[in-house]
Write a protein that binds this ligand. Structure first.
Ligand code: ATP
Ligand code: MG
Length: 155
């Protein structure tokens, strides 16, 4: 909840109190980061959860996920890909949480948004596989289909 400061525009119980910013470390995700930063500053009360989803490539990884908290351990491996996002959010002095998940990116992003009661998901229109001509990547499409809250797609 926001502290009441009469001289400031506060958003009260704004639906945008928490924003989910999904990043794969791509150029478009970086644009999404800038948009999310703009929103957070404009709405003042919002904070950000930066989420990066690692895709399991082997059954062993799925098993590991079930048995151990691998997310804490693989953090250092994924950090380079999302470091720019983290740096920008930190530069702006915005409070954030970092969430590293394992699984299907869209499902994880949406499930996490739901868990946190997020009011908005911000993603890029394309990601690391961006092919010229296609408007929207598959993760973006699936997030739009599954999301319980508004989705902002940044081009
Ligand atoms: N693994 C991921 N973790 C977190 N966010 C992701 C992940 N993958 C994609 N995103 C988010 O979704 C946006 C769109 O990426 P998407 O993967 O849909 O496009 P693409 O890589 O160009 O195409 P595709 O993966 O369908 O071949 C990215 O800019 C990013 O915000
Ligand atoms: Mg992709």
């Amino acid at each position: 909840m926001c502290a009441a400061e009469p001289e400031q525009h506060t958003t009260g119980d704004t639906m945008y109190e928490r924003i989910i910013l999904a990043t794969d470390g791509s150029k478009n995700a970086q644009k999404a980061t800038e948009s999310a930063i703009g929103l957070v500053k404009e709405l003042k009360c919002a904070s950000v959860t930066i989420i990066h989803v690692m895709q399991a490539v082997t059954p062993e990884e799925e098993i590991a996920k079930a048995v151990f908290d691998v997310c804490g351990r693989i953090d250092e491996n994924v950090r380079p890909a999302i470091q720019t996002t983290i740096d920008r959010v930190e530069q702006e002095g915005i409070s954030y949480r970092l969430e590293i998940s394992l699984g299907d990116p869209a499902s994880e992003i949406v499930a996490h948004a739901k868990k946190e009661g997020a009011g908005l998901i911000v993603i890029g229109s394309r990601g690391l596989n961006g092919v010229k001509g296609a408007l929207l990547g598959s993760v973006g499409q699936k997030v739009m289909q599954l999301a319980h809250c508004p989705v902002m797609i940044v081009t």
